[in-house]
Design a protein around this ligand. Structure first.
Ligand code: ADP
Length: 158
C-alpha cells in the first residue's frame, strides 16, 4: 500500500466534499441585542462564536468568545452595550458558499486563524446592493467530525 497513491485517494475524496455536505445550522443574534444576551446565547447554544445579523436578518458580523471576554474584562454595562458595537464586522467577515469545497473552508479557517465561517448566499436587493443571507455555519468541529467519519470509512465520497 503506497503512501503516494493513498494520498491521491484522500485528496480526491476531499476535493469532492462540499460545504453543503457537512455544514451546521447557524447560531445567530441581532446586532441590537446586548453583549450580555450574546454571552447567554453562547452558553445556551453551546457554541464558540455567534453570527450577528442586522435588523433585516442579513450578515452584519461575528462575535467570538474572546471578543466577549475582552468586554467583560474592560468592565462597563454588558446589558446596555449592543453586540454590534464589539463584533468583527462586514466587509471583514470571512465566509464560504454551499458549493465551496471543504478544502477551501479548512484553508480559510487556518489562514485567518478563526474557528467558524458563516455559510452565505448573495442576495441582490432591488436597488442592486448586495446582502449576504446566512444559511449555515462551518466550524473546526465540522472538519474534525468529517475527518473521523472518513477515518471510519463512513462517508463515501471516492
Ligand atoms: P476565539 O475568540 O474564541 O479565539 P476565533 O478564533 O473564531 O474565536 O475569533 C478570533 C477573532 O476573529 C475574533 O475577534 C472574531 O470576532 C474574529 N472572527 C471569528 N470568525 C471570523 C470570520 N469568519 N471572519 C472574520 N473574523 C472572524
Amino acid at each position: 500500500f503506497n503512501r503516494r497513491s493513498a494520498n491521491t485517494l484522500v485528496s480526491r475524496a476531499i476535493a469532492k466534499i462540499r460545504v453543503k455536505d457537512i455544514k451546521s445550522l447557524p447560531v445567530m443574534i441581532r446586532e441590537s441585542l446586548s453583549v450580555y444576551d450574546a454571552v447567554v446565547t453562547m452558553f445556551t447554544e453551546d457554541v464558540g462564536s455567534l453570527i450577528v445579523t442586522n435588523e433585516d436578518g442579513y450578515l452584519a458580523g461575528i462575535v467570538s468568545r474572546k471578543d466577549l471576554l475582552k468586554m467583560a474584562i474592560a468592565g462597563g454595562d454588558l446589558q446596555k452595550m449592543p453586540v454590534g458595537m464589539i463584533m468583527t464586522r462586514m466587509p471583514n467577515i470571512i465566509t464560504v458558499t454551499q458549493e465551496d469545497t471543504i478544502h477551501i473552508a479548512a484553508q480559510r479557517l487556518l489562514n485567518h486563524q478563526i474557528d467558524a465561517l458563516p455559510v452565505v448566499r448573495t442576495y441582490i436587493m432591488p436597488n442592486g446592493d448586495e446582502r449576504l443571507e446566512v444559511i449555515g455555519r462551518i466550524t473546526k468541529t465540522n472538519i474534525a467530525r468529517l475527518f473521523v467519519e472518513l477515518g471510519e470509512g463512513g462517508m463515501d465520497h471516492t
